[in-house]
Design a protein around this ligand. Structure first.
Ligand code: ADP
Ligand code: DP6
Length: 330
């Protein structure tokens, strides 16, 4: 029996990954840049056991259906091939993040699974190798290997597409992200399907591909200069460009709902009142508010007037993959 356990935190992209150049090995069309966060994470244990007759996947204590298990099995195969292992595995995962609600459970989930497999099979993969393999489970997972600001270099083949941390001289420690959770339910259009339809049908997608590299260069300059205003402005504009692409897809779709719009308005109002903050959104209706730690209490207090306290979660910069001790079974 080979056992391993790992914890990975979610990351939220400030420059979004939106669109694949290769759907099989997950190569993105554009570089992306994210902030790994402390508030949301996944812990996953895996046990390769030759007495098992099939892979078994439980998420939050619930045995998953065939489709979800197949997705995990395909990912386990990558590790089985690397380690010359033929055993099936029992995977037990706990998401300390709502699943498939646009809060990046796929990033923490697949990264934690990659870490658990690395440990279980004694592969000793470097973080760079782990990032490459996590990428093949879910693109954004390759960034959760590292803490703080992380860039995913799109690369051009399996070996050249991976994430790496950005030297930000501790800028991330001055920042906070407040999540406005307007809906925790599973979304109707997964990131995977949403980005595929956008690439194939959105008239705005070619513009996205021109804009994203410019946003990336500009945000890296803002990070190096510790310029929060620029960081926030570029973050918000980049998210809006991604979401504009979905509106121009055929058929058009959006991840926003009425409450997302209210949350975006609330952020604009706060800014006008002198409290500097910016929003970003992913493939779901929840809104994430980027601000400086020094303003987080004041911004939280203002948002509390419009949203229930249980809808608001404060996050700070988080760490990368952590390997955990397996509990000794009784
Ligand atoms: P999200 O916004 O939460 O990342 P996605 O639709 O992009 O939503 O991804 C959700 C998918 O990620 C799930 O349907 C599942 O396939 C995968 N996933 C989420 N959590 C885990 C986990 N802990 N272990 C393995 N896979 C996971
Ligand atoms: C909007 O990484 O979940 O959150 O590679 O198909 O699994 P797959 O997609 P996923 O997409 C994330 C999209 C995003 C932007 C981002 O995180 O960069």
């Amino acid at each position: 029996m080979y056992k391993g356990k790992a914890r990975a935190h979610t990351n939220i992209a400030l420059i979004k990954y939106w669109g694949k150049a290769d759907e099989t090995i997950i190569l993105p069309k554009n570089n992306s840049l994210s902030l790994t966060l402390d508030a949301f994470y996944t812990e996953t244990s895996v046990c390769f056991d030759k007495s098992l007759t099939a892979d078994r996947f439980t998420l939050d204590g619930v045995l998953q259906d065939e489709k979800a298990t197949q997705k995990v099995s395909k990912f386990l195969d990558l590790f089985r091939q690397k380690a010359n292992c033929t055993s099936f595995a029992k995977v037990e995962s706990i998401n300390h993040v709502p699943t498939a609600a646009g809060l990046a459970s796929s990033a923490s989930g697949l990264c934690a699974l990659a870490g658990a497999c690395n440990q279980a099979l004694g592969l000793g993969l470097s973080q760079k190798e782990l990032s490459k393999i996590a990428r093949k489970g879910s693109g954004s997972a390759c960034r959760s290997v590292y803490g703080g600001f992380v860039e995913w270099e799109k690369g051009y083949d399996d070996d050249s597409s991976y994430a790496a941390p950005i030297d930000s001289a501790g800028f991330e420690d001055e920042l906070a992200m407040i999540f406005i959770v307007v809906n925790q339910k599973q979304k109707k259009v997964s990131s995977r399907d949403g980005m595929k339809s956008t690439v194939e049908t959105s008239g705005f997608y070619p513009v996205w591909l021109q804009e994203a590299p410019k946003d990336l260069q500009a945000i890296k300059q803002a990070i190096y200069a510790k310029d929060f205003t620029k960081l926030g402005q570029i973050t918000e504009a980049n998210a809006l460009k991604m979401h504009a692409c979905t509106l121009a897809a055929v058929p058009p779709f959006t991840y926003w709902n009425a409450e997302s719009m209210l949350a975006m308005d609330a952020v604009r109002d706060l800014r006008e009142s002198g409290l500097e903050c910016y929003f970003t959104m992913d493939a779901g209706p929840n809104v994430k508010v980027l601000c400086q730690k020094k303003d987080e209490a004041a911004i939280f207090a203002e948002l509390s007037k419009q949203f229930r306290n249980e809808q608001l979660i404060i996050a700070h910069a988080g760490v990368g993959i952590e390997y955990l001790e397996m509990e000794v079974s009784k």
